[in-house]
Design a protein around this ligand. Structure first.
Ligand code: SF4
Length: 251
């Protein structure tokens, strides 16, 4: 799944940019999912005291609230990005907010001062309010989602790439840099997305309910060494591909 994010200040057109991208990508036959990061402290899709809320209060998590025209899956905590994407099956993911993610970004601001604060090596375009009123900002393409939505979609299709594992530099720097720096290197054409080796170091792979978990090399190495130390003592152990099934539902 490829992804880009749209980041910027309040009331500078981020949601309009996301709308234009989502509808433009869908028109081109792509399956699109989105994440909207919400900072309103009292935000909740759930009504206190509703029947589904009562399930939750009784200890269920997550809770499916299944209606006729809508189904919501509710956790009462903030999920991490990597937790959220295990529930998404799409060609493209458009994220509004979450500027901390290592992925190609479009920035939205009202002024050049805003853009200065937002710009870094992960940015590949300017849109939103500034782009509705200007057409130049340094070397970056400045594209209004209102006036040139198709050009913006073309650029996203050209610059977006598959979601990176989003790991701390202390856990993985196998590409020689952090995930953020790697995004910048890919956008500059110095590296290719396939050079993120974390997903290719598959000495140990783990699936839960058919969904493969992403293991950074640090975790892979711990699992590999622990499993090897135990299995080596078993009669019949030999080098090769070994399958282990682990069922924690019987604990
Ligand atoms: S190898 Fe991949 S996961 Fe590891 S730091 Fe580089 S980009 Fe991130």
């Amino acid at each position: 799944m490829k992804a880009i994010s749209v980041c910027g200040f309040h009331h500078t057109g981020k949601t309009g940019v996301c709308e234009a991208l989502i509808s433009g990508l869908v028109k081109r036959g792509e399956r699109v999912a989105s994440i909207k990061d919400i900072h309103y402290e009292k935000f909740s899709m759930e009504k206190p005291g509703s029947n589904s809320d009562r399930h939750y209060q009784a200890g269920a998590e997550p809770v499916f609230a299944r209606g006729i025209d809508e189904t919501d899956l509710i956790w009462r905590r903030q999920l991490t990005f990597n937790e959220m994407i295990t529930h998404i099956d799409a060609d493209w993911l458009i994220v509004e907010g979450m500027h901390e993610l290592a992925m190609p970004r479009i920035i939205c601001g009202a002024t050049t001062d805003d853009l200065e604060k937002l710009n870094d090596s992960t940015v590949f375009a300017v849109s939103g309010k500034y782009a509705d009123e200007h057409d130049i900002y340094g070397e970056l393409p400045v594209i209004s989602a209102l006036n040139e939505p198709e050009r913006l979609v073309d650029l996203v299709l050209a610059r977006g790439f598959a979601v990176l594992p989003q790991v701390d530099p202390e856990c993985c720097s196998h590409c020689g840099m952090s995930c953020h720096e790697f995004v910048g290197a890919v956008l500059r054409g110095e590296r290719q997305r396939a050079e993120c080796v974390a997903e290719n170091l598959g000495k140990v792979r783990v699936w839960q309910d058919e969904q493969e978990m992403k293991l950074v090399p640090f975790v892979q190495n711990i699992l590999h060494d622990s499993i090897e130390a135990l299995l080596k003592n078993l009669k019949g152990y030999k080098t090769g591909r070994i399958r282990i099934e682990y069922d924690n539902s019987r604990d």
